[in-house]
Design a protein around this ligand. Sequence first.
Ligand code: ATP
Length: 235
Amino acid sequence: MLLEVRSLSTAYSGLLAIQDISIDVAENEIVVVAGANGAGKSTLLKSIAGMERPRSGSVTLDGARLDGLPGHVITQKGVAYVPENKRLFPRLSVADNLRLGSYLHRAAADREAPLERVFALFPRLKERLPQRAGTLSGGEQQMLAIGRALMTRPRLLMLDEPSQGIMPKLVDEIFDAITTIRATGVTILLVEQRLAESLSIADRAYVLQTGRLILQGPAANLRDDPEVRRAYLGL
Ligand code: ATP
């Protein structure tokens, strides 16, 4: 397994937001984490990314422990995380936002190399290099956030609700891009509210409910099981 999460629990002011979560992500998979608002999906990604410190449990990437390390070190080890709020630098240009991503790349040499791949993925970004990030549309900002994450040349890319606040036409572009990114050898862990779309591009899925893992399986099984669709996915 590329990513192994074991019995992970994370609390905010003593209240557990995720409890005893174990998930696996194999090299080159797309894995979806689903669940209602407040189920703990973002907390799980933040705990893997080093943005929140788990209370117990472990996270390993290719067998090496990540939990307890600071976020920037986890990035350097090959885990990129695009949070729900994207955390772009709104007053900086598109070009500078991308460049900042490359400084966290594991090897300092050849920092510009992934840029062409980002432009191939999102040609809109290339057209808008001098534009301030804060003036981009919601969809373009999401593309920039994903592009910046790719500049770190991750092995694992974690995306928190990339389709949120984006007009429908661009949502398809984002989902297509995720599939293309996987085809370049990057493993994807995706949190999404748009279940039909995300299950259609994913290999496997996990469902969280009030901080606990209640269901897991191949994406196609979850998508096609009427009981699961009704009871857990709201489809
Ligand atoms: P959403 O889809 O609404 O983002 P989620 O499944 O990602 O939901 P989390 O954001 O992980 O869920 O939240 C899980 C629980 O932890 C919620 O009860 C939430 O209120 C709480 N929580 C999240 N962040 C914090 C925080 N910084 N401080 C205190 N409680 C928090």
